[in-house]
Design a protein around this ligand. Sequence first.
Ligand code: SMO
Length: 729
Amino acid sequence: MERAVSDLREVNLLVRIPPHTTSTTDGVGAPRRRIEDGRLLRGEGRFVSDLRPDNCLHLAFARSAAAPSRIVGLDVGQARSIPGVRLVLTGADTRGLGKAAVNRLVQDLRLTDWPILADGRIGAVGQPFAAVVADSVDSALDAVEAIRIELEPCTRKDDDRPAFSLGWRDREIDAAFTGADCVVSVEVRHSRVAPMALEPRAALAAYDIGSDLLTVWLSTQTPHRARVDLAAILGRSEASIRVVAPDVGGAFGGKASLYPEEAAVALAALRLQMPVKWTATRSDEFLSATQGRGSTLHGELALSASGRMLGLRARACAPLGHWMAYSAVVPARNATRILPGPYRIPAVDLSAEGRHDPHAPVGIYRGAGRPEAAMLLERLADMAARRLNMDPAELRRLNLLPDSEFPAKLPAGGALDSGQYVGLLDDALALSGYAERRRRNEARRRQGEVCGIGIGFYVEPCGQGYESAALRHDGSGRFTVSTGSTAQGQGRETAFAQILADALRVKPEAIRVVHGDTSLCPVGVGALASRSTAIGGSAILMAVDRLADSLGGLPVGDWSDAPAHEVSVVYEAPGEAWSSGCCVAAIRIDRDTGVLTIESIVWVDDAGTVVNPMLVEGQLRGGLAQGLGEALMERIVYDADGQLLTGSLMDYAVPRAEDIPPVTLASRTTPSPSNLLGAKGVGEAGCIGVPAAIVNAAIDALAPFGVRHLDMPLTPEKLWRNMNPGDSR
Ligand code: SMO
């Protein structure tokens, strides 16, 4: 074991991710094809809505068409009489039930109600106020149509108090600004965006009276957390609830928290003692799934005349929506606790707050505060470079933490664990031909072209806390590992089989990976915060050690004489892993239409120990697609009355395959000392670095027009208006 781990700790200098050829080895580092794919590609995946138990009933929600309002009348009589209808639930049926937990990451967290069905008051458009259970989906929808509700607009007493606030301040901060030669400041506004998993939310619940067991199949990242919440809501023991996450088609943070709709499905199954299923439509997702981002950040950076960063003031204001998801505090907290990120800045004043509002809840979404931190710093760095007449790359190189400073303590606590930040920057500059491109862009501008180049440097905290693993040897050289981590399409079974194959010195085919079932897996956290490979993978390494120990120190690899045996471990990481990376984007903007074209993206990433480069590449490309979507086109819009204007994919733009530019990927990895595997997260990176690089490139392109800042999304209209400021067309 010792040897296997230390072997992984070599620093891998600028290795291009290899082409997808067949692997020569099976273990950690091998580009193995996904175990999961055959089944999924043959259409044999089992998602919640594929599950069809006998006598399954169907649930549909009546949702408010109006924004915040008071319910003055509700008539479900006609709905109850529609043929096939078995049950109609309203807010009155949910009184006295418990609520889902919110992670109390800050003191003085002001919570909201957690209505399963609106009771007396509508918090936001789209909130369900009744649930119909019927023999068929059609009957349920007919009954929903027959429900009469009378609403009275309520002038919402605007609640000025934040739901929480937090911050960290160095005493030297004022002196840093007083003594500075140059101060730049920016306000960055992030639109709310939709996590947009391909598979919408879905829940199926069945109650068995004989065993008093409630089984809930959920499209979730966090089955154990869902079980805790369902137990609290329904007043049942955790032992009497089983939560199963079958195949899950993407989540991105949007399925990390139990939803009121899911609790309603469980409640209906208990009432009827029959299976009840609900599958969200895309409209349901826009209206009532958690959204991401939405924060406004203010930043001020103080520098010396030579470009040294001296002080940073940053303030993040995050919207929370009308109820709070489990990780509601996380985006605001991450956006500030990360600062000053990869840069050495001796004094900071960081603060954040969250506020309830009359819209859908805002939760974690791929990046969860990290993109906001990166955008703020990278905008400030570019503004400072312009002010000081320095090259933006030079200003960054001057201020990036040198390799010798790891672990580097952060003002909010914790420490950046490892990295080669200057190396990442230099690799990205070299691969993108940065200096030459800048020169060429000058010539292109003289020809009338609108072109720019931008850098997005980022750090990504990931992999902290605990995860579990249970490892069983069947007595004949075959192994089953059950993990507390879950899977939503990342290739978890493949990666974990590789980690185990390596550690046990067996073929991956001898390993079965079980996940996503509270009755088959040890209590665990699940998949979020880019933690599964780092922490879940380390738990698996720990289990191998424990298994070998408990078999009398049997040398790993010789299982022929080993008896059947099972061990269960909980691994807790001593610190957090910090991925890092540098993106360089080159873009042009059409002078007549404002359409932005990405000419190249170069991206060098440090994900620590790479278990499977194909999986890493998939994560990088997927993150890039979502980061690009946010940068260029995605935006949730509510009008002044709280109506959702972007309630369908006709109004809310997401990138398609043809929008995804070619990308040059490279890696410079420094294994993390914060976990046994040395791994760092990689799934969120694309949403963190890519938007900052694209936005900086666009502002570079529009600098000749006097543009000094732009907020996402960089729609053609916005870019065109910035090139034609006097034109009111
Ligand atoms: S946004 Mo992730 O599922 O922590």
